[in-house]
Design a protein around this ligand. Sequence first.
Ligand code: GLV
Ligand code: MN
Ligand code: MN
Length: 414
Amino acid sequence: MITAINCNGERLGAELAHLATITEATPPAVTRVVFSDADLRARNYFKDLCRKAGLSIREDGIGNIFARWQGSDPESAAIGTGSHTDAIPNAGLYDGVVGVLGGLEAIRILQEKGFKPRRSIELLMFATEEPTRFGVGCLGSRALAGTYNEEKILSLRDEEGNGARDCAKRIGLSGEFNALMLPENYYGAFVELHIEQGPLLEKVGLPIGIVTAIAAPASLRVTFEGEGGHAGTVLMPDRKDALLAGAELALAVDEISRATGSADTVGTTGMLQVFPGAINSIPSRCTLGIDIRDTQLETRDLAVAGVKLTAQEIAARRNLPITIETINSDLPATCDARIIAAAERACETLKLKPLKMVSRAYHDSLFMARLFPTCMIFIPSRGGVSHRPDEYSSPEQIARSVEVLALTLAQLAE
Ligand code: GLV
Ligand code: MN
Ligand code: MN
């Protein structure tokens, strides 16, 4: 086992800063929606860096990029690491990106140390972890895990009605979705480095998190159909205002999520679309995007069932047609004990005290865990802030986490 390794963080810091300039928003805000020009430029930048590190590159039909450091035993299952570079509107520069460029840095410091992996180490940049464009998160990793097949991916549309195949082709990908799933023995282990996106590490004053489980996300799209009309001329008894049904449901999502008996249940109505959206027009349609999660499947599903039932009750009471669509309803993931132990040994070597913790955010690892032993390493997030331009982890925190990742990968690949 390697007993010392050093990441000075300068090279990685410069690369993180450069990637942050590839954005559709005004810096420092980062917006990088999948299959956009910014996404294409970020991909090209990442592939260039991987080529410079001597990695061989493969890109699949939906845009997952695999950059491989060939081991001496190419017959054995590889060790995977990586994350995503797509970013929600008005995001910061660390979410996902630290696991991609930090994964590359971990490989480079192992190379510079003269480490020769027996198993290949493969760095993955997942296509579209964020749900921004097609409404569902982790599209690339869902496809790799076989959770979404070709038919399901082809059924998705963005707001303009474009399908993923046309969008993928537009940035030079094949758009072939029929053979994306990885074989079950493809990775012997998968480790994702990511910022915590929550306040816990900072609160307890520890520099590293080792993730033991990933909470189970679910999301619903609920549409109430009302009757539009003139805001001045339709009297109150004659109205069928779709927004009022939506408002009732948004309050119910909050109430139901607080009442499952599990402190881990969280429910959010993050989208509320009102049609036609004019101040002098009664809303004729209201669509809600609802996100519900828990570490326990039972209480998560209890909340989801409660929200669906309440939505039906509101629709019936207000006499409005309703459609309820389950966008996703995923299982939680348990991290692999052997990888957790390897990460703990890496921390011990580096004299860092880790916190074992649950990931309440979802990640591509949720889907990698369907097929492969999986674990995540977390970096503290200042103020627990994420999905905002002021998201921040210090260069030192990032450098230490890259060292932990490098020593973890080295043990797994030995
Ligand atoms: C990932 O971005 C999440 O919403 O957890
Ligand atoms: Mn995110
Ligand atoms: Mn992320």
